[in-house]
Design a protein around this ligand. Structure first.
Ligand code: SAM
Length: 280
């Protein structure tokens, strides 16, 4: 019986080519085929490494159709490397269907870890990294973006978002409005590149800067927002009791307003908890 090949999920640089690992180079040189989000882009990377390999495109729009063909190659014993344009495949990038298909087909999947903008940004954000929550891109349309942020009001883990430069100012303003202007946050821009810059401050401060400083709205960026503060334990027992009664008859929003009046706690805190209780 032919031994199946191995699927390597290979991280590539997010800017600085020096960040490509020695093992990534070795794996890319050793596989039969490289499945790439953009074959021209990855072709240039391979060329700069002096590697000539068969490149197969695997992007958002053709991934499902491409999986059977790549699985056939793996079953025939060929090794395949999966790369995206930058960073770690599958992290807001294609590859999920291929990896899932490979696992289901009994093919060994190996990571070749390396750069990832979310993790790089977290490491320099100055915000807690012991527990974090990766949220990918916020919806581009305001109403949907605000709704998504509203659903994160009570999230206590540090929040990580990828953001497009033309939407940074709006997203920061919406985050300040929905999560509170006083929350600590950071914007990590153009990491590992010439114009790498970090902006630290409250959401209110960062929203103001993004509206005023055009440089802040250029290039690639990650937005990191501190999690919600934990409610004080004694008050939270009282709040839960009040909210549970109110939620029997009122929407989370109405219950939160009433609970804020009854307990003297901030409406925002009551609303976050009301949403949690209503969802559980
Ligand atoms: N898979 C990639 C990774 O592991 O980071 C992310 C791909 S996602 C399509 C691209 C987004 O990642 C950009 O819009 C930006 O939000 C973020 N990003 C990528 N490179 C970056 C960099 N050098 N500095 C800051 N953010 C970056």
């Amino acid at each position: 019986m032919t031994k199946t090949g191995r699927l390597y999920v290979v991280s590539t640089p997010i800017g600085n080519m020096g960040d490509l690992s020695a093992r990534a180079r070795e794996v890319l040189a050793g596989v039969a085929v490289v499945a790439a989000e953009d074959t021209r882009h990855s072709g240039r990377l391979l060329q700069s490494l002096g590697i000539s390999r068969l490149l197969v495109s695997l992007h958002e729009h053709n991934e499902r159709e491409r999986v059977p063909e790549l699985l056939d190659r793996l079953r025939r014993g060929e090794d395949v490397a999966l790369v995206s344009d930058a960073g770690t495949p599958l992290v807001s990038d294609p590859g999920f269907h291929l990896v899932r298909g490979a696992i289901a087909a009994g093919v060994t999947v190996s990571p070749v870890p390396g750069p990832c903008a979310a993790v790089a940004a977290l490491s320099v954000s100055g915000l807690p990294v012991d527990r974090f929550c990766f949220e990918g891109f916020l919806p581009p349309r305001r109403a949907a973006r605000r709704a998504r942020l509203e659903g994160l009001v009570a999230e206590m883990r540090t929040l990580v978002f990828y953001e497009a430069p033309q939407r940074l100012a709006d997203s920061l303003a919406d985050a300040a409005a929905k999560l509170g202007a006083g929350r600590n946050a950071a914007v990590a821009r153009e990491l590992t590149k010439l114009h790498e810059s970090l902006y630290h401050g409250t959401l209110g401060e960062l929203a103001r800067r993004a509206a005023e400083e055009s440089d802040m709205n250029r290039g690639e960026m990650v937005l990191i927002i501190g999690g919600a503060a934990a409610p004080a334990p004694i008050r939270s027992a009282e709040l839960d009791r009040t909210l549970k009664s109110l939620l029997k008859f009122h929407s989370p929003s109405q219950a939160a307003s009433l609970a804020a009046e009854i307990t003297g706690l901030r409406r925002n805190a009551c609303y976050s908890r009301a949403l949690e209780l209503a969802g559980s």
